[in-house]
Write a protein that binds this ligand. Structure first.
Ligand SMILES: [Zn+2]
Length: 289
């Protein structure tokens, strides 16, 4: 029996040096298929959130920053303006070793946290980002990854309009009980999906969230423990035949994490019948289950 594993890496953007990706993945770069969640037009808060203080620190800094600092901070940088990144990734896309997924629009953090929790990013704006990625990396983009793995229920409608599949690690966020109830009425498929998984033993990893096909991943960074993530992945593979693991190349470049991740990939690769696949192939195989 073939078992499918999808590896996902988030946050590549205009500022990403291809050498960082090569270093993070070592011998696996260009060998194991990788789904890269690329930010189309990155905003300054994507880097700022990583500084001590996190979101609260960022919001405080915004209040005290000078106009010049804010101008630099609010400038948006298209991924395609990084020619070295475009060249490296479009080559791997052509070889089928990298799938480009869309990671939000700007990855901007604001008072409610990640980008899609803060109001309305229209389908038109999402489509603009998607087109930019498609033109830059010469591919079709069919998978959307919400920044921070968080998406307000109201934003899922925009993904549905664009026929994008979603790849996340958390469920959709409902702003109120009323909104949840309304959403269940509008999308009875969500309720049918929950019932079939909870009561009827449905083990398909493809879920129906507000009419959007959604798959989930284990976040390696939450554990940084090769054995713990291996155990979680193995349990999913035994139950459903599928598992997905998400990480961030910037995280792999710290504290020996790249070595731990490589060891995890080695162990996963040794499981009988394992095939590493991109997110689109994963969704396609799992949808036919
Ligand atoms: Zn991100």
């Amino acid at each position: 029996m073939t078992r499918y594993i999808c590896i996902r890496d988030d946050d590549a953007n205009f500022f990403t040096d291809p050498a960082e990706l090569r270093k993070a993945y070592g011998e696996n770069w260009g060998r194991i298929p990788l789904t890269l969640a690329v930010i189309p037009f990155v905003h300054g808060s994507d880097a700022k959130i990583l500084e001590p203080g996190g979101l609260e620190g960022l919001l405080e800094w915004e209040k005290s920053a000078s106009p010049e600092e804010l101008e630099r901070y609010n400038a948006l940088h298209p991924a395609g303006d990084n020619e070295a990144l475009a060249k490296e990734l479009s080559g791997l896309v052509r070889e089928g070793k990298v799938e480009i997924a869309q990671h939000g629009l700007t990855h901007r953090y604001a008072s409610k946290g990640p980008e899609l929790m803060n109001g309305f990013v229209s389908a038109e704006k999402i489509q603009e980002g998607r087109r930019h990625l498609e033109e830059t990396f010469k591919c079709r983009v069919g998978v959307f990854i919400p920044p921070g793995n968080m998406i307000d229920e109201r934003q899922t409608l925009e993904l549905k309009k664009l026929k994008l599949n979603m790849f996340s690690s958390w469920p959709v966020w409902y702003p109120s009980v009323r909104r949840r109830a309304l959403s269940y009425i509008r999308y009875p498929g969500t309720v049918a999906d929950v019932l079939s998984h909870r009561l009827l033993g449905n083990t398909s990893p493809v879920r129906n969230y507000c009419g959007v096909k959604t798959i989930h991943s284990i976040i390696f960074d939450a554990y940084d423990d090769e054995a713990a993530v291996f155990a979680l992945a193995l349990a999913e593979l035994e139950k459903t035949g599928f598992t997905a693991i998400a990480t961030h190349y910037r995280h792999l470049l710290k504290d020996g994490n790249a070595g731990k991740f490589a060891a995890l990939l080695r162990r996963l690769g040794e499981i009988e019948g394992v095939k590493f696949v991109t997110a689109s192939e994963y969704i396609q195989k799992a949808s036919g289950k």
